[in-house]
Unconditional design. Sequence first.
Length: 110
Amino acid sequence: MAAISQQDIRLISIEPIKVGGADLGQKKLTLGVFGGDETIFVPSERRLAAAEFVYDRELWKDSDLVRIAQADFHELCKALVIATEAWAMTAVDRKDCEHPNKVQPLDIDF
């Protein structure tokens, strides 16, 4: 997997949470991790992952919500690294999982 930079992690949306016409006093922020081919026109086609965070408007200033969501996203990622540590694969392990009919590049000596 290619390296991910801070510019690849972006705010997707900020939405008030409502039921019918009633505002519940909360906002939902969605952050996404993007990657892949830069020539793709629609960014959602390059989304690798997304996370949503819900915050009470009474607890946080609107101007700080994005910073709070970024910090929470960071903490979530740290927790995911620990929780999924057993899922890690070496390059050899990954190669062993390849389908036997996968087209392999030709190794021709010139």
